[in-house]
Design a protein around this ligand. Structure first.
Ligand SMILES: [Zn+2]
Length: 248
């Protein structure tokens, strides 16, 4: 069974950025893995880091379970995710165990540095995890450089406010109710985001963004991606060929 991996910074990032596409892949028989770099240990105004980490990883697991996905956490710390040797190795080891054919990560430039660093970690791990000597974990058959897609940056803008230019837009209209169900599993975050970011509507902001992406392909809800097309990566748009309409 082909395997897709969402490797993003925090619990709830996958549900916000690519869950509709993950649901579509799961529905067509793909095995789905959702990994976060951190357990979301700073996503609170009141709880200890240990209590909120437990709460949030349980929320992430519950959301993943809705599509029979496996949840992983690299157990880094919120706000402190860095592209360094130990964290690259942890990322490679994750890829080695999952052996993804398709990877989703953050935009190369995004509003916070945890996202930017995870994007670099995913890029590094995707390129090299199939090299026999890079990890102590066994090399699974078929491991090779996967299709790599960058999700939208938050609000569809980079750190300077420039709009992202998607290469690939996936219609997730039929999956949107389930996507919001997955997001709603992150109950701890509705209040936290309201207090910290001034984002009043945890679900509504996702609805609005996905509706804006949908307008690009004349459908109610869509998710947008930029495909990594550097040397040695597959250049064919596998999302487009698997899931149909949606070029930008
Ligand atoms: Zn995040």
């Amino acid at each position: 069974m082909p395997t897709a991996l969402s490797f993003l910074a925090h619990p709830d990032d996958a549900e916000i950025l690519c869950a509709g596409t993950l649901i579509r892949l799961a529905d067509t028989g793909w095995e789905i893995h959702i990994a976060t770099a951190t357990p979301g240990d700073c996503g609170t105004m009141t709880a200890t880091r240990w209590d909120i980490s437990s709460t949030r990883t349980n929320e992430a697991r519950a959301a993943a379970a809705l599509i029979n996905a496996t949840y992983h956490c690299l157990d880094e710390r919120d706000g402190l995710v860095v592209y360094d040797k130990p964290t690259v190795q942890k990322s490679i080891d994750l890829f080695r165990r999952v052996s993804p054919a398709l990877v989703f990560t953050h935009a190369q430039d995004d509003y916070m540095m945890d996202h930017v660093e995870v994007s670099k970690l995913a890029r590094a791990a995707s390129f090299v995890f199939g090299a026999p000597n890079i990890s102590a974990f066994p090399l699974l058959p078929g491991s090779k450089i996967p299709h790599l897609y960058y999700c939208d940056p938050i609000e569809g803008i980079d750190s300077l406010g420039h709009p992202a230019q998607p290469t690939t837009i996936v219609d997730v209209t039929a999956q949107h109710g389930k996507k919001l169900d997955m997001l709603a599993r992150h109950a701890s975050q509705r209040d936290w985001l309201r207090a910290h970011h001034g984002m009043d509507e945890y679900l509504e902001s996702v609805r609005r963004h996905d509706a804006a992406r949908g307008r690009l392909i004349n459908t109610p809800h869509a998710e947008a991606f930029v495909q990594h097309r550097g040397h040695a990566y597959p250049h064919d748009d596998v999302l487009l060929s698997l899931l149909g309409k949606g070029h930008a």
